[in-house]
Design a protein around this ligand. Structure first.
Ligand SMILES: Cc1ncc(COP(=O)(O)OP(=O)(O)O)c(N)n1
Ligand SMILES: Cc1ncsc1CCOP(=O)(O)O
Ligand SMILES: [Mg+2]
Length: 352
């Protein structure tokens, strides 16, 4: 093999590694995340970086000698198994970025006559794509956590009590979905509480969602924001929240639920499913309203309002993936016990 062929061999190896890395990222975006925008960004990048002209392509093929590549053995021994999809994304993005860097160097040589700037642009585009893909994965992971028991820590309901301690009890009982609802607190108090609860939730690996307030969600670094039909519109909130944050939307009708889903909500909540003293004036279509919403949405569905041990099963049967409770948990004499009992009941009644 002459020296020129050796240069083409380097180009070939890195071109292949680049295509493989990008293809893996593309498959995750297309089939796991089902994200059209990310998929087409990755596809376009892959196409733009594939050598199109037949002369370069045949040079690559003729310089290929996979069986005599002394690095092939070493590479296999070196490869540690990625453990999560996040590490798959990170490992393959790094592989592709490194290949782009190598291609950029060798494209710069007069012998190859390739376009170094193309690889350089591609590498920078890939840095952004890697970040966007990781954020999208985290958002999906958070969305997938919208299942089972969801406890809304209602500051008014808990007036006079130690709210962080109550939250800890629910977490100790096994709850992994916490919302802070503080309808009458000052911004200062709401934020201080949110910062405190976010930290506690992090200790337990629980999601922390702020009700109503985008500013508080941003300031405390919440995992998500819950918005009702008269709150800040979803599209506005999405503009400001980090891309890995989730947004839940209250829907009173199937039409509102479908709009929320189309606008990119991560879950919809419907209620009050049963009459409740916690929010007495709320109007909703009860269990049949919940069922109607269940029939039209694919994203997780949360049922809320008046849910207790004797009626929770009906809400689950109507299609709820998660049940959001205030009084049935926070009004119990032993919050940790009430939480774990609800979780056990819900697990036993799980409907697939
Ligand atoms: C999980 C969940 N579902 C519904 C609501 C109600 O939200 P909204 O309609 O905005 O009413 P308020 O709670 O803000 O009074 C919720 N907070 N959480
Ligand atoms: C916030 C809210 N939105 C609809 S019903 C409700 C209150 C739920 O509280 P409870 O679980 O005590 O009925
Ligand atoms: Mg609201």
């Amino acid at each position: 093999m002459d020296n020129l062929d050796k240069l083409w061999r380097i180009v070939d190896v890195n071109q292949n590694r680049l295509s493989e890395g990008l293809r893996i990222l593309e498959e995750i975006a297309r089939l796991y995340l089902e994200d059209e925008t990310l998929t087409s960004r990755l596809k376009n990048l892959r196409h733009s970086l594939t050598l199109q002209d037949i002369t370069s392509n045949s040079r690559l093929l003729f310089s290929r000698q996979a069986d005599t590549d002394i690095g092939a053995q070493l590479e296999t021994a070196d490869q540690s198994k990625p453990e999560t999809l996040f590490s798959v994304v990170s490992a393959n993005a790094k592989r592709a970025e490194q290949s782009l860097r190598v291609l950029e160097e060798f494209a710069g040589l007069s012998e190859t006559g390739l376009d170094a700037a193309l690889y350089s642009r591609g590498r920078f585009e890939l840095y952004t794509l890697e970040k966007d893909l990781a954020a999208r994965l985290l958002r999906k992971h958070r969305r997938d956590m919208i299942t089972g028991l969801y406890v809304a820590i209602d500051a008014d309901y808990l007036a006079g009590r130690d709210i962080p301690a109550v939250t800890r009890e629910a977490l100790e009982g096994g709850c992994r979905l916490i919302q802070l609802r503080a309808k009458t607190a000052s911004t200062r108090k709401f934020l201080a509480l949110a910062v405190n609860l976010k930290e506690i939730c992090l200790e337990y690996g629980a999601l922390f969602i702020v009700n109503d307030r985008l500013d508080i969600a941003l300031a405390c670094g919440a995992d998500g924001l819950h918005l009702g039909q008269t709150d800040m519109p979803l599209s506005q909130a999405r503009r400001f929240l980090p891309p890995d944050s989730i947004i839940g939307i209250s829907a009173d009708t199937p039409e509102q639920a479908v709009s929320a889903q189309n606008e990119g909500a991560d879950y919809v909540a419907a209620g009050a499913v049963f009459p409740t003293q916690t929010k007495p004036d709320v109007l909703f279509g009860g269990l049949s309203g919940l069922k109607a919403i269940h029939q039209v949405v694919k994203i997780p569905l949360v049922a809320i309002g008046g849910i207790n041990k004797s009626n929770f099963y009906e809400a689950m049967q109507a299609g709820a993936d998660s049940l959001c409770l205030i009084s049935a948990v926070l009004g119990a004499p032993d919050i940790k016990k009430a939480t774990s009992e609800f979780i056990t009941l819900m697990e036993a009644a799980k409907i697939d």
